[in-house]
Design a protein around this ligand. Structure first.
Ligand code: NCD
Length: 310
């Protein structure tokens, strides 16, 4: 399969096809094998990866650092932009050009929708979108797909539930679109009326032929799900903090509600969790968020760095 990612930006799941995703998943499986057998390689020796994060991150940031280093690349970590020239008023445009004079690839997270695509217009090197505001988080969607397809041979026949903040959660936006591209035919989005999935995501998923149910009550649909993807209500996107307080714990996954779910259902969360999943659920074998899903993030990011930088 030819590598369509070489020297290209990864900005949105809209640019991915079934074939190109299959190449990433195949490469990620090879990366998993590499990590589990040898630990590392020098495939990217001499390359430099920069990560510029204007928003907080634990998993995405550390897994990109790990991914680069396991492949022998050097790393420029820029997190907490108050310590950079941004604090002196430097624009995103100038920062991206500056870092592109040192690094071969930039991973960028920024609070504004469309900011990564805009930065790509003047970047000297390929950019990976690590989250642009409430819009997209393509590498998270890829690691979620990698996790799901390890458990279900046929994505077409899985019923995927998502619960929480469908409006502001960039992970569920990217994941819904990507799963629709890959042929998932049934989505159940569970959210309060005020946090419903944006219309453009609904329209894209529907255009791909999927059946969409929007519900407010988790208990009445959980037994139908093969996958349940839980999200945090995105506090930082609310102007009305009272509204956030009212909505933040509308859904809490407990051992009791897990009793109503299928034995083979898997439970995912991009994390961080802030009370949406009771810690007692961590012991449930269906809970894959605390280890497997995060480890897969390293393999997917290794695969992407390798495909883009080779
Ligand atoms: C997510 C994000 O940043 O969008 N976190 C992550 O990258 N794993 C989810 C979130 O912050 O709720």
């Amino acid at each position: 399969m030819s590598n369509s990612f070489s020297k290209k930006h990864l900005l949105s799941v809209d640019d991915l096809t079934k074939e190109s995703v299959s190449l990433i998943l195949q490469e990620a499986a090879a990366m998993q094998e590499l990590v589990l057998t040898k630990g590392s390689s020098d495939a990217l020796k001499g390359k430099i990866v920069a990560a510029i994060f204007y928003e907080p991150s634990t998993r995405t940031f550390t897994s990109f650092i790990t991914a680069a280093q396991r492949l022998g690349a050097g790393f420029i970590p820029m997190q907490g932009m108050h310590a950079s020239s941004v604090a002196k008023g430097e624009t995103l445009e100038d920062t991206i050009r500056t870092v592109g004079c040192s690094a071969d690839l930039i991973v960028l997270r920024h609070p504004e929708i469309g900011s990564v695509a805009k930065a790509a217009e003047y970047s000297y090197v390929p950019l990976i979108n690590a989250g642009d505001g409430t819009d997209e988080h393509p590498t998270q969607a890829l690691l979620d797909v990698y996790t799901i397809q390890k458990h279900f041979a046929s994505l077409e026949n899985t019923t995927v539930g998502m619960v929480g903040d469908m409006l502001n959660g960039r992970t569920v936006h990217s994941l819904s679109k990507l799963l629709a591209t890959l042929g998932v035919k049934k989505f159940i989005w569970i959210a309060p009326e005020k946090l419903k999935m944006p219309q453009e995501i609904y329209d894209m998923v529907a255009r791909n032929g999927a059946n969409i149910v929007q519900a407010e009550d988790l208990a009445s649909v959980i037994q139908d799900l093969d996958v349940l993807y839980v999200t945090r209500v995105q506090k930082e996107r609310f102007t009305d903090q009272k509204m956030y307080e009212d909505l933040k714990h509308k859904y809490i996954i407990t051992p009791e509600i897990m009793k109503q779910a299928k034995k083979e259902m898997i439970l995912l969360h991009p994390l961080p969790r802030v009370g949406e999943i009771d810690i007692a659920v961590d012991l449930d074998p269906r809970a894959v968020y605390m280890k497997e899903q995060m480890q897969n993030g390293v393999y997917i990011r290794m695969a992407l760095l390798k495909l883009i930088l080779s």
